[in-house]
Design a protein around this ligand. Structure first.
Ligand code: ATR
Length: 242
């Protein structure tokens, strides 16, 4: 039996195991198993690999997409350029880091954006945000980053005002704020400035409609959650593992 899995912490929100189990059944893949490995400390990856010699591939989620890099033997070019890893391929004990969030996000965003003013605001500056930044750069869509640390972002949340929100046609929520089970939470932004000229996307897919998306929809925006992105990045991970 070949093993695949997901590392991150916590993992109660994740649909990855369900996605791969359904894929294995649908496609008649009989020799593979996908497991959730909730590890709080990313350094536990080493023990996990030692204890599971049949592991051939791992997905990586919050909060390890950036800090896992220093533990890997090699990095694929895209992952290097992005500065974050969400997929690890294991060959004879050697770990190679890839980023398929870029593919997943691009596939998910592409059909939606033409109708909206091509300037973006990215909420968050972690590993998922870095994949979004990479794709927007490739699409020549200018963007500003909102974070909690002024040193690493264009704006902190407290600085956001009506004109900054109106300037952006596309708002991408990349943080884990509002993810199951803390579904009532949402980032503090001026939602009253959002209108029907906005496309608001949340990379979270559980819940289906986050509080960020609900408030954005109620303000008139077109909305999209992270479910298509989850599926696309997972399929791309699978292609890499094969
Ligand atoms: P990963 O790299 O695996 O995506 P991460 O680096 O911990 O995980 O990223 C989590 C993201 O959620 C970051 O963008 C983080 O914001 P900062 O870049 O400002 O640190 C964001 N985040 C987590 N909790 C948050 C909160 N309470 N408010 C705002 N942003 C939050």
């Amino acid at each position: 039996m070949i093993k695949y899995g997901l590392i991150g912490y916590p993992l109660g929100h994740s649909f990855s195991k369900e996605f791969f189990e359904k894929k294995f059944l649908r496609e008649g893949i009989i020799n593979s198993h996908y497991e959730l490995y909730p590890i709080e400390d990313v350094n536990d990856l080493k023990t996990l690999l030692l204890e599971n010699p049949k592991l051939k591939g791992l997905n990586v989620t919050v909060p390890h997409k950036i800090n896992v890099i220093s533990l890997l033997d090699e990095l694929h070019d895209t992952a290097k350029e992005v500065g974050a890893v969400n997929t690890i391929k294991i060959i004879n004990g050697k770990t190679i880091g890839y980023n398929t969030d870029t593919w997943g996000f691009a596939k998910s965003l592409f059909p939606e954006i033409t109708a909206f003013k091509s300037k973006a605001l990215i909420l968050g500056n972690g590993g998922a945000s870095k994949a979004v930044q990479f794709v927007l750069n490739k699409l020549s869509i200018p963007f500003k980053i909102v974070g909690r640390d002024k040193q690493k972002a264009d704006y902190v949340y407290e600085e956001l005002n009506k004109s900054i929100i109106e300037e952006a046609g596309i708002i991408i929520q990349t943080t884990s704020v509002g993810m199951y089970p803390d579904v009532e939470q949402s980032l503090n932004i001026p939602y009253e400035a959002i209108n029907n000229n906005h496309f608001c996307m949340d990379l979270i897919y559980n819940p289906e409609e986050t509080t960020f998306l609900k408030k954005s929809r109620e303000a008139g925006a077109t909305i999209k959650n992270g479910l298509q992105m989850l599926h696309e990045q997972a399929e791309e991970s699978w292609r890499i593992w094969q």
